[in-house]
Design a protein around this ligand. Structure first.
Ligand code: HEM
Length: 543
């Protein structure tokens, strides 16, 4: 895009048959595009030949330029200041103010200096450690991963995410890229699984990978403001794969895990049934051992299963024994076994996540595909719940930040009653209530992640089950609040789909997809107290 024009070159293209405009010093030829412009052609013709930056930013956000620039930009004005040299690749060292030499080697994390500011610097739109504040949890490897993920998301996802949501599908290539970038191998709530894939994450030495890397990877993916997108790329995988990795027999894991981590094959978790949701112990999908003891024969239904329509593998909770929690097992069912039917469900939100109804009809599953021990699947499911709920928490809190960030940006450009929205105290009050809930919840999340990092799975299941359940409810309530308040700030623009209020409108529809699955708010709040009291009694609580 090296061509330069003078303002008078542009001025001569001021008619419908040759319609140029300038936005931020760049020249766009809209002659052909005007008929397709969703805002109409007349409005474009009125600014033909002129600098239309002010009008453009009034009606659009950054995503529009990113999406159309390649197609419509023909050059720049000669008066446009030359761009600074392109920023160097996001390597770890470039992102950080080095710790003082004396403190460097043996210093505990909390003595290291703050990382370089990153992102928009709108207060509360990103976590405090993005804004030059100190953190005992995040270091230069996290900063490097953050830059890697954000760059990919802004270039390859953000401009298209609305389109994908409307189509209820994300191109398969995007999931494949998640594998090729080595990100799937780091999203399992375990150490990085380098031994199962040649696709290794670029920006972090794998031996340094921790749960904070996993947390921020999920967080950055969620910045696009689409639960459908996030669940498409990590929803089924993030909850369906960990039981296989942690409790699957080695030959099974060796056979199928590489294909999954490379992004070639897809896996999901199938627990919920038409008649058993948060009440897992009552599930009825049955697996009967064959007479020769070599297979389970599975019959039953599963409902609201994320990614099911696209999956090759299903981590399925089945009844192998008596009623209640001690008769439940987990089986890895492969679509190729036959007898598996999947159909897409139409839902209120998370459109591109592929919510699925599944039927299993006389599916013959080799006993080698049992995950964990027979009739002891409940424990595996419970361990997995912590990981699932943490994922939900991270996503909800980032979606809350997206609602907040979008609102701040819009409130700084929209004028009503002679003032910008941000100049109205009632709008600032809404923003303040959003920010205080986001920050309090995020700080609790950081603490929980730190505890998970320090505890083994069993200790975490016991001691953190309660707090994580409480935090899940806290995060979904915060998300619902922020989606509502952002909608009020955007007004009509968040009632129609797409455009400037598009993210807020979509997230508002996604709220229930977070408040109900993975343990409903009501169940979570009750569990947070019940489980914490039970565990602390074991630990010597005195009343
Ligand atoms: C590079 C040039 C432009 C492109 C690629 C473009 C693209 C778009 C797109 C995709 C939309 C749909 C809404 C959205 O997704 O945000 C839209 C809506 C709109 N555009 Fe443009 N546009 C351009 C320039 C302009 C200019 C210069 C004006 C005003 C003079 C304008 C006024 C509008 C209006 C009023 C709407 C409807 C907004 C609404 O529904 O609230 N556009 N434009």
């Amino acid at each position: 895009m090296s061509k330069t024009f003078t303002q008078s070159d542009v001025s001569s293209h001021n008619k419908a048959d040759s319609l140029w405009i300038v936005v931020d010093g760049d020249v766009y030829d809209l002659t052909k595009f005007q008929d397709d412009h969703p805002g109409g052609k007349k409005i474009l013709q009125r600014v033909a030949g002129k600098d239309a930056s002010k009008q453009f930013w009034k009606y659009h956000n950054e995503g529009i330029l990113k999406k159309y620039q390649k197609q419509l930009q023909i050059g720049s004005l000669d008066t446009k200041p030359k761009a600074a040299a392109p920023a160097p690749a996001p390597a770890a060292q470039k992102q950080v103010v080095k710790a003082k030499p004396k403190a460097a080697a043996a210093a505990p994390a909390e003595e290291s200096e703050a990382l370089e500011p990153f992102g928009s610097q709108i207060p509360f739109a990103d976590p405090a450690w993005y804004q030059g504040q100190h953190s005992p949890y995040f270091n230069e490897t996290h900063a490097a991963l953050r830059a890697e993920v954000r760059e990919w998301v802004e270039t390859n996802v953000e401009p298209y995410v609305t389109e994908w949501d409307e189509k209820k599908e994300v191109p398969a290539e995007i999931y494949k890229q998640m594998g090729q970038k080595g990100w799937l191998a780091g999203l399992l709530g375990t150490k990085y699984k380098a031994e199962y894939t040649d696709n290794i994450v670029q920006s972090v030495p794998v031996e340094k990978w921790d749960l904070f890397h996993e947390m921020l990877l999920t967080d950055e993916l969620s910045r696009v403001g689409s639960g459908g997108f996030v669940w498409n790329v990590i929803g089924g995988f993030g909850i369906g794969c960990p039981p296989l990795v942690k409790f699957g027999k080695k030959p099974l894991v060796d056979r199928i895990l590489p294909g999954i981590l490379n992004g070639d094959k897809r896996i999901c978790l199938a627990i919920t049934e038409p008649d058993a949701g948060s009440d897992v112990a009552n599930l009825t999908c049955e697996a009967k051992l064959s007479e020769d003891g070599k297979h389970y024969i599975v019959n039953g239904e599963k409902k609201w299963i994320t990614n099911g329509i696209w999956c090759d593998y299903f981590t399925v909770a089945v009844r192998t024994g008596k009623p209640g929690m001690n008769g439940v097992s987990l089986l890895l069912i492969e679509r190729d076994f036959g007898g598996v039917t999947t159909r897409r469900m139409d839902c209120q939100g998370v459109w591109s996540s592929g919510t699925t109804y599944i039927t299993f009809e006389d599916v013959k599953v080799p006993v080698e595909n049992l995950i964990g021990k027979e009739n002891q699947g409940f424990r595996v499911i419970m361990t997995n719940f912590n990981h699932e709920r943490i994922g939900i928490i991270i996503q909800c809190l980032r979606f809350s930040r997206v609602c907040f960030e979008e609102s701040v940006k819009y409130a700084n450009k929209r004028r009503t009653f002679g003032k910008k929205l941000i100049e109205h105290p009632v709008i600032r009050l809404k923003l303040a209530h959003m920010a205080r809930q986001i920050e309090a919840s995020y700080n609790w999340l950081e603490n929980v992640i730190y505890q998970c990092e320090k505890m083994d799975d069993t200790e975490a299941m016991l001691k953190l089950g309660g707090p994580i359940a409480g935090l899940k409810a806290q995060a979904t309530v915060t998300f619902e609040f922020c989606a509502r308040e952002a909608s009020q700030i955007f007004g009509g623009l968040s009632y129609s789909r797409g455009g400037q209020g598009g993210k807020v409108e979509r997230l508002y529809r996604d709220v229930r997809a977070y408040a109900i699955p993975g343990g409903s708010e009501e169940i979570m709040l009750d569990l947070s107290i019940r489980q914490s009291l039970r565990v602390n009694k074991m630990l010597g609580m005195k009343l």
